[in-house]
Design a protein around this ligand. Structure first.
Ligand SMILES: [Zn+2]
Ligand SMILES: [Zn+2]
Ligand SMILES: [Zn+2]
Length: 176
């Protein structure tokens, strides 16, 4: 048990926040497993019910850092033997969004798994327009300073920033 704990801490260190990791070749199996572990942990901590469908939808959204549209999610669920209808899929997505496990990417009208679920935060996304992979970064990493207290006429409740660009991997391909 003790040994396992140490190895998981070490693993976490290896994958620790390199913002462009999502766009590059990386040990995605490790990345997937650690995100899934966090996800399950938050369900226990918040005493939420982890249904097979909630788990499955999160796993689908974690698959390769590419956001999925609601209908793509539905198709994949059906392929995996879930008899889901759009209202059910939307309900699951709403639940996951509400609890901070999933974010909606407005630009793509698609959903992506949160990279640090459970914490309340205003995410900033880097979206590659070529491969459509998405990386979630924090305010510090994005270099965008945003003061939510600036205006007395307008109260900001939520700030979601979407940055469109081209990732390093796709730049390389373009050059070739
Ligand atoms: Zn990954
Ligand atoms: Zn997030
Ligand atoms: Zn790309």
């Amino acid at each position: 048990m003790f040994k396992r704990k140490i190895s998981s801490i070490m693993k976490k260190k290896q994958t620790s926040p390199n913002i462009s990791k999502n766009f590059m070749d990386h040990d995605h199996e490790l990345c997937f497993e650690s995100a899934l572990k966090d996800f399950k942990q938050h369900f226990i901590e918040k005493e939420l019910k982890l249904t097979p469908l909630r788990l499955k939808v999160f796993q689908l959204l974690l698959k390769d850092h590419r956001p999925l549209g609601a209908y793509q999610i539905l198709d994949l669920l059906r392929k995996d033997g879930f008899s889901s209808t759009p209202p059910i899929a939307y309900r699951v997505l709403d639940f996951l969004i509400e609890h901070g496990f999933v974010h909606k990417i407005k630009k793509l009208n698609a959903f992506v798994a949160c990279s640090h679920p459970g914490n309340s935060h205003s995410p900033t996304f880097m979206i590659c327009r070529k491969c459509e992979k998405v990386a979630e970064i924090n305010e510090k990493e994005s270099g965008l300073k945003f003061n939510k207290e600036t205006s007395s006429e307008f109260k900001i409740e939520e700030a979601i920033i979407e940055l469109i660009g081209i990732c390093k991997n796709c730049t390389k391909i373009e050059v070739i």
